[in-house]
Design a protein around this ligand. Structure first.
Ligand SMILES: [Zn+2]
Length: 232
C-alpha cells in the first residue's frame, strides 16, 4: 500500500519546509491550500507554483471563505471589539483568526480520509508564535484524537516544526538543499512581498531574524536541528 501524506500548504516558509521534508518520506504528497479571502491573492498563486515546482502529487485549493463570513458577522453583531486575553495575560496578536486551525486541520483530515492518507502535516509551532492557542501541541494532539474518534480512522496529525525555532526551520530547508528556494520563492510577509519580504511586518522580522541567526551559526544550528529531529 502506498504511503500518503497531506500537507496543509500556504506557500509560506514553514509549510514549504514541511513539504520539502515530507516529499522523500512518502509515495504521494497531497498539498491542500485554503482560500479564505486572504488579503493577498498572491498567496494562492505562490502555493500553486511551489507545489508544482517541488513535485507534489496533487495540489488542491479549497474554498474556506465561510471562515471570513463568520468573522465579519460576529464583528457586525457586536460592534465593539472584545479584547481577547491568553493565559499569560497578554493580548492575542491581531493576526489571530479564531478557529482557523481547527477548521483547516479538520478539513485536511476529511481529505486525508478520502484519499486514504495516513498523515496530515502542518507547519504550526509553539516556539515562535506561542500567542496562537491553535498552534499548541496540546491542541493538535486533542484534535488528532477527536478526528480519529469521529471518523473511526487511523490518522496522525504531524507537526515537524513544533519544537524548532526559526533558525532551525531554515536549517531544515538547508538540510534538504532547498535553502535558496525557500528564501527566494516563499511568501510569509503580511504585506504580500515574496522572498525576503517588506522588512517591516512581524512575519518578516521573525523570518529574517531566524535566517541571520542560522547564517551566522550554521554548524551549531544544524547540529541542534539534527539532534532534535534525529536527522542523519
Ligand atoms: Zn513583511
Amino acid at each position: 500500500m502506498k504511503k500518503k501524506a497531506v500537507v496543509v500548504f500556504s506557500g509560506g516558509q514553514d509549510s514549504t519546509t514541511c513539504l520539502i521534508h515530507a516529499l522523500p518520506l512518502y509515495d504521494e504528497v497531497h498539498c491542500i491550500t485554503f482560500d479564505y479571502g486572504q488579503r493577498h491573492r498572491a498567496e494562492i498563486e505562490v502555493a500553486q507554483q511551489l507545489a508544482k515546482q517541488l513535485g507534489a502529487t496533487v495540489h488542491k485549493v479549497l474554498d474556506a471563505s465561510l471562515l471570513n463570513e463568520l468573522a465579519i458577522s460576529s464583528l457586525t453583531r457586536d460592534n465593539i471589539p472584545v479584547p481577547t486575553v491568553n493565559s499569560s495575560g497578554e493580548s492575542l496578536p491581531s493576526t489571530f483568526v479564531p478557529g482557523r486551525n481547527i477548521l483547516f486541520l479538520t478539513l485536511a483530515s476529511i481529505y486525508a480520509y478520502q484519499v486514504k492518507a495516513e498523515t496530515v502535516i502542518t507547519g504550526v509551532c509553539e516556539t515562535d508564535f506561542s500567542g496562537y492557542p491553535d498552534c499548541r501541541d496540546e491542541f493538535v494532539k486533542a484534535l488528532n484524537k477527536a478526528v480519529e474518534l469521529g471518523m473511526e480512522y487511523r490518522l496522525r496529525l504531524e507537526t515537524p516544526l513544533m519544537w524548532l525555532n526559526k533558525s532551525e526551520t531554515w536549517a531544515l530547508a538547508d538540510h534538504h538543499h532547498q535553502l535558496s528556494l525557500v528564501r527566494e520563492q516563499t511568501l510569509t510577509c503580511y504585506n504580500g512581498v515574496i522572498g525576503s519580504g517588506c522588512a517591516n511586518c512581524d512575519a518578516c522580522n521573525l523570518r529574517s531574524r531566524g535566517l541571520n541567526e542560522y547564517l551566522g551559526n550554521k554548524a551549531e544550528v544544524m547540529n541542534s536541528l539534527r539532534s532534535k529531529m534525529n536527522l542523519q
